[in-house]
Design a protein around this ligand. Structure first.
Ligand code: CP
Ligand code: NVA
Length: 316
């Protein structure tokens, strides 16, 4: 349609985690996202999903995921339906299975933002439409796709790019490690003891990396991690749902702040990334976030393009 070819290979598939898609499938999404970004810059209308309605079921706050989802589906000629989970019968005990079965009769896809990864997986098991993970406590695959798109735009390729993640080994870190390993990047996560990404996940990422020529390391010295890195990435130290731990996290994670010194240590071509929302002065300094080596705003925009690509590829 309108010069953009959408293959059938991913139709009906869910995107519950980065590892749900093969390296080739991830690259397909990245290629389509690039095309969609270009067409949008030309103000071309691409009604790839006319008459489709996508449900957004959210249990947590969101700016980027919610708005890029609503705008993205509208730009593809469909309609978004935002539903706080608290307003559904789910909140009064209706099962995930029944909710998934019923909503599959009305909607063409569902984006879910919730706490437990298992809730997204359960939706995907019973729904007959694609389920897209809009963030859980364990993963944030749409963010990882946008991150990979942004890195590829900057460096021309993903293979061999050196990424250092600093701070909390959280959902965003997990998905970044996964996509880095699946696309042949060299990624180092510098996280203090107690904040390291899950060991099983790291082991699985290493298996992926062995096949793609990438590598995955976890260290506790942020300076060691940033030396020679081309991308310095950080995320909030207190994720949604961890507010009670805020004070402890502030002091434990302070040495991992993404600041000017670490950017200097990395080298003159290194860039800074952050999935946002940022907490200036905590995990990132204002100078880095708003500086000329920040890719953060492009990275945020790319959420829209990857979301549109995922929907265009999966929705029937
Ligand atoms: N990065 C991200 O997912 O932002 P939101 O929480 O605003 O959706
Ligand atoms: N790690 C953060 C990401 C927000 C987009 C959180 O889960 O709150």
């Amino acid at each position: 349609m309108a010069g953009i070819g959408i293959p059938d290979t991913l139709k009906g598939r869910s995107f519950t985690r980065v590892s749900a898609w093969s390296p080739d499938e991830l690259r397909l999404a990245l290629d389509l996202a690039r095309e969609l970004k270009l067409e949008r810059s030309r103000r071309k209308e691409l009604r790839l999903l006319p008459g489709r309605t996508v449900g957004l079921i959210f249990r947590k706050a969101s700016t980027r995921t919610r708005i890029s989802s609503e705008v993205g589906i509208a730009e593809l000629g469909g309609m978004a339906l935002y539903v706080p989970a608290a307003d559904l019968q789910l909140a009064r005990g209706e099962s995930t299975r029944d909710t998934a079965l019923v909503l599959s009769r009305f909607l063409s896809a569902i984006v879910i933002r919730t706490f437990a990864q298992s809730e997204v997986e359960e939706f995907a098991e019973y729904a007959t439409i694609p389920i897209v993970n809009g963030l859980t406590d364990d993963s944030h695959p749409l963010q990882a796709l946008a991150d990979a798109m942004t890195i590829r735009e900057r460096f021309g390729d993903l293979t061999g790019v050196r990424v250092a993640y600093l701070g909390d080994g959280n959902n965003v870190c997990n998905s970044l490690l996964r996509i880095a390993a699946r696309t042949g990047m060299h990624v180092v996560a510098a996280c203090p003891q107690g904040y390291r990404p899950d060991q099983t996940l790291v082991a699985a990422c290493r298996e992926d990396a062995a096949a793609t020529g990438g590598s995955v390391e976890v260290v506790d010295d942020p300076r060691e991690a940033v030396r020679r890195a081309q991308v310095l990435y950080t995320d909030v130290w207190t994720s949604m749902g961890q507010e009670d731990e805020h004070e402890r996290r502030l002091s434990d994670l302070a040495p991992f702040r993404l600041d000017e010194e670490k950017l200097e240590l990395a080298g003159p071509d290194a860039v800074a990334m952050h999935c946002l929302p940022a907490h200036v002065g905590d995990e990132i300094t204002a100078g880095v976030l708003y500086g000329d080596r920040s890719l953060v705003w492009e990275q945020a925009e790319n959420r829209l393009h990857v979301y549109k690509a995922v929907l265009a590829l999966t929705v029937r």
